[in-house]
Design a protein around this ligand. Structure first.
Ligand code: NAD
Length: 546
């Protein structure tokens, strides 16, 4: 009763005043989200509902409260899983190319809203306008890919050692794919992470259940509202793409459910490790996309202009909050001071405009949360206290960000570059913030060893013009990461190749390549079309038919 009264009072308070800025109102209205301050239902299982605690969506640039979202309870989550499982039967019964056609229609819907959804990503997550749009474009691209895949998800026909026998390897749908996503790609992971999972999972004949990060529910609700009518228009239940906004309790119940056939988790190493163990306890299937600690190596023969542009975007873009952000920079001794003498002034100049992520000129937006600011500060303080050195003139919180009518309740920090001791523990950890750590090396072998010396194994880049170095980097003695670029920065992957990281990044693969293999159950079928019953490996069981 008390909880209900409190909820009503919150709802009344929001209905009584128009508290959204024009800026936020424009963005929310463009994606058909309420702008009147009323609560938004955060659970979709064919109809919209939610009676769990309210979740607050805040604009990271200004601190403005954008909406209160009514999350799902554990009971509602379980009920949604049940409905998603039921919906999975309709999806798997539909021929794969027909599913592809449904995904094509979703692609059209997303493509028609790239700008609007991109702005919502900028408003709610904080990434700059072109990156917000880029994230939605990635979702469009993956739908294209999945549409094509729906006509080519091939099994195999293999030769049998027995006469008049044939072996098939057959992919079939799993059932329900649970998608737990991080805050930093709310559309792709949200929309990117979500879409990379959803589109491939659906092409493979599965229903999906999505739990977004607690701080970016609006992106998830907008995408679900845009796409689920397409399912229904095609005679499929809306619950085939269900949504439960919620926090850890909702996440835990999805992870624990035996009805979730594949659990695809994108997030931190810490939570990912817990999730992996929980899924293993029920002998379930898990796909992990966890933290990265990515390095760029600039060798003595590198094109420095090119390396400079790539490192700058990968280290500063998204305010250092991409899983593929460059966090470690290894410079050959012969070019180190030259490279830094060009990089550091850029960090300290107005060539990287700070401000409203919705302004197309802005290149540095806010951090997503105060928690992110705290970990940035803690890491910087730690490095300094252990004898490290901040190389940029600017570092720490940004006090005055101009251009907002709404005041400055946002989460702003200066991207910075630091030089730290070889044994500093910071080298081994992912601080999800714009701190670039620098060191020098003598030989490529040494640089590769540094690259590989951390627990994570997501993305890595070598800048070189030497074909020998390229071979070394890509071969067995080279980078141990899931992404091993050459003359391309660590962040900004395309969807065509399988995306994912090794080691404590979790070994998962999403998007292109053979990543779809993880969204199906494989069976091997030996078919005998002879009138004999021979046994494999020449085993004789005494009935004489071999
Ligand atoms: P997080 O681990 O805090 O949260 C991720 C998700 O897990 C959220 O939806 C959260 O609500 C949920 N969750 C939290 N505890 C849970 C539990 N015990 N059981 C089930 N679910 C639980 O991550 P974050 O801060 O939102 O995202 C940042 C992290 O994500 C970074 O480490 C980043 O590198 C990583 N990331 C990785 C990739 C990749 O592809 N490798 C992509 C994007 C982000």
């Amino acid at each position: 009763m008390i909880a209900r009264a409190a909820r009503l009072s919150v709802a009344r308070r929001h209905l009584s005043a128009r508290y959204l800025s024009t800026r936020a109102e424009r963005v929310l209205a463009a994606v058909n989200l309420p702008t009147d301050g009323g609560e938004i239902a955060g659970v979709y299982d064919g109809s919209w509902k939610g009676s769990g605690p309210a979740q607050v969506s805040k604009c990271p640039a200004t601190g403005e409260v954008l909406a209160h979202v009514r999350t799902g309870t554990v009971k509602e989550t379980e009920e949604t899983i049940r409905k998603t499982k039921e919906a999975g039967k309709a999806i798997r019964a539909m021929p794969a190319p027909k599913r592809g056609e449904v995904i094509r229609q979703m692609r059209e819907a997303l493509a028609s809203k790239v700008g609007e959804l991109g702005d919502l990503v900028s408003l709610e997550m904080g990434k700059i306008k072109s990156e917000g749009k880029g994230e939605v474009q990635e979702a469009v691209d993956i739908c294209d890919y999945a549409t094509g895949l729906s006509r080519s998800m091939a099994g195999r026909v293999l030769p049998s050692e027995r006469p008049n026998h044939v072996i098939y390897e057959i992919p079939n749908p799993l059932g329900v794919v649970g998608i737990l996503t991080a805050f930093n790609f709310p559309v792709a992971v949200h929309v990117r992470d979500f879409a990379t999972n959803m589109a491939i999972a659906m092409a493979a004949g599965n229903a999906c259940l999505w739990k977004p990060a607690p701080s970016t529910p609006l992106c998830a609700i907008a995408v679900t509202k845009l796409l689920t009518p397409i399912l229904e228009k095609n005679g499929l239940p809306g619950a085939a793409m269900s949504l439960v906004c919620g926090d850890v309790d909702v996440g835990k119940s999805i992870v624990a459910s035996r009805d979730v056939d594949l659990l695809s988790f994108t997030g931190s190493e810490k939570v990912g490790q817990i999730v992996a163990v929980e899924v293993q306890k029920r002998s379930g299937k898990v796909l992990l996309e966890l933290g990265g600690n990515n390095a760029a190596i600039v060798d003595k023969d590198a094109d420095l202009d090119l390396a400079l542009q790539a490192v700058l975007f990968a280290a500063v873009g998204t305010a250092g909050q991409r899983c593929t952000t460059t966090r470690r920079l290894f410079l050959h001794k012969s070019i180190a001071s030259k490279f830094l003498s060009r990089l550091l002034p850029l960090y300290d100049s107005d060539k990287l405009p700070v401000g409203d992520p919705l302004n197309p000129k802005t290149l540095i937006g806010p951090m997503h949360s105060q928690g992110g600011v705290t970990s940035y500060m803690k890491t910087l303080e730690g490095i300094k206290s252990r004898g490290g050195q901040v190389l940029t003139k600017r570092s720490g919180p940004i006090d005055n960000v101009t251009g907002f009518k709404e005041g400055s309740g946002g989460n702003w920090v200066w991207p910075t570059v630091v030089r730290l001791k070889a044994d500093d523990p910071s080298w081994k950890e992912e601080t999800f913030a714009p701190i670039l750590q620098v060191a020098e090396f003598d030989t490529l072998e040494e640089a590769i060893e540094l690259n590989n010396s951390v627990p994570q194994g997501l993305s890595s880049s070598l800048f070189t013009n030497s074909i020998r170095s390229m071979g070394q980097w890509l071969g067995p003695e080279g980078s141990d990461c899931g992404i091993t670029n050459i003359n391309v920065g660590t962040s900004g992957a395309e969807i065509g190749a399988a995306f994912g990281g090794n080691k404590s990044t979790g070994w998962g693969r999403e998007s292109g390549g053979d990543a779809w293999h993880q969204y199906v159950r494989w069976s091997a079928a030996t078919v005998n079309y002879s009138d004999k019953m021979p046994l494999a490996q020449g085993v004789d069981f005494g009935f004489g038919s071999s």
